[in-house]
Design a protein around this ligand. Sequence first.
Ligand code: ATP
Ligand code: MG
Length: 555
Amino acid sequence: MDSKQTPTKLTNFIRNTIDKDLLEGKHKSVITRFPPEPNGYLHIGHAKSICLNFGTASDYDGFCNLRFDDTNPSKEDIEYVNSIKKDVKWLGFSWNKEVKFSSNYFDIFYDCAIELIKKELACVCFLNTEKTREYRGTFKEAGRNSPHRNSTVEENLSLFAKMKAGEFKEGECVLRAKIDMSSSFMCMRDPTLYRIRFEAHHQTNDDWCIYPMYDFAHCLGDAIEGVTHSICTLEFQDNRRIYNWTLENLDAFNKPDRPHQYEFSRLNLEYATTSKRKLKLLVDNHHVSGWNDPRMPTISGLKRRGYTPASIRDFSERIGVSKVNSLTDMSILESSIRDDLNTSAPRAMAVLNPIKLVIENYPEGKIESLYAPLHPQNEDMGTREIFFSREIYIDKDDFKEVAPNNKFKRLAINKEVRLRNSYVIKASRFDTDLDGNITTIYCTYDPNTLGKNPTDGRKVKGVIHYVESSKSISAMFKIYDRLFLDPNPSKFDDMSSALNPSSLITKNGYVEKALQNAEVEKAYQFEREGYFCRDSESKGLVFNKTVGLRDTWSQ
Ligand code: ATP
Ligand code: MG
């Protein structure tokens, strides 16, 4: 499926800007980029950015680059590079040509730094971290120029060459831009452009021991690739000044069609965190089983949970793009998947809390084959074979000795219900164990009720689901709840205190035979229970609950 198949897009301030730029002839086409740092797995917030960048480019018949912002070798890993590529593809997007890395441009960045030094716009500074902070000043107080700001161009060129040659220790010096130590934007107070790191890089190995800072590398990467609209999140609003300063001061990039940065509000999802650092802590501290734990708001976690690419694209469309920070309701994400699966997921029956039920007037040893629709509203999906015999399983919650009220449409002694896709049964008695727990329910069935109402006109209101005992397959069900008890867990320094101890409950029951070889991550609607998919990481038949049939969160 490709991104163009998403429903009609609503307009937003980014589209308005693009329309204006194209109309005024500032740009002839639209080139965007998605620039993840390969220091973790992608999450639902990144999905918003992916849909925005790839989706916008595609709508304007332009293209979007996938560029790894790999300027910090100490936190990055090739495992993350691979998972990010996989997730972007899975979401249904294709990047322009080959994958790009900021590190592809390290030579160009270096030359740009030399140009700035030559223009007396950058210098090598030896202030330590503490002194640098002291000289920087505060929001209320202007900073002071570093004593190294007055070194000559020749001195700076030689010092920068030594930095590159590994002649200084990590932290001993940095290359800084010379902008304005009294700027009201802290990021313009002579920001660092390059720092020393003696660390092997996943793309360039030991070629470099100096690495550019994000603010320097990002705008250059955009300009080198001819990006027209560089879309990022609001926390980079102030940094737009350094983005512009850098490009305006480099001869090769100071052109009317150079890239511009536009900021939108990041996605914050209720009861979840969208910080890679915090997600990594959950993984490292074993609060979850991994980055793809179905409770994680990562793309790989959502995929394993049964979310579809279409549902995530739909969610991104529903939440829209703005400049207002807010906390997005989890129920919006859930309704996107529910709406998708309601039409696409085949139906099946699974009993999560099984109890045995014996139909005493049904012949012993007989097993009947019945055919049930795969989707009640879509005949084209076909049918599946289900079974019926003297012994079946129903859900414990579907039987009460005495109906508690008139609204109880399930089974009770002397009451009738229909078994989904089969006959009407009536309960007559039950067995209990020594503790009084019900162990077996005994019923009779009406053989004239298969696919039709009772002939004498009596009304049977309730319908319950079941599986035939000898043909059903044992399965485990994993039922998930919110991972956190607090709607905004990111506010806690130690998020583990806000974890929901009941975020995962497992149940052992049965599924109908047709699910014996269920494909992993393929969605089913287990009738009356919710949407489930087979877990991709488990050996046996284990089903993850994707979402319930109705919204129970916002009640
Ligand atoms: P984190 O804080 O989780 O590490 P990040 O912004 O550092 O996130 P990057 O890998 O740099 O992660 O992000 C790649 C792109 O995704 C950036 O353009 C960033 O603005 C965008 N992005 C990251 N988080 C969100 C979010 N929650 N909502 C929307 N866009 C996001
Ligand atoms: Mg980032």
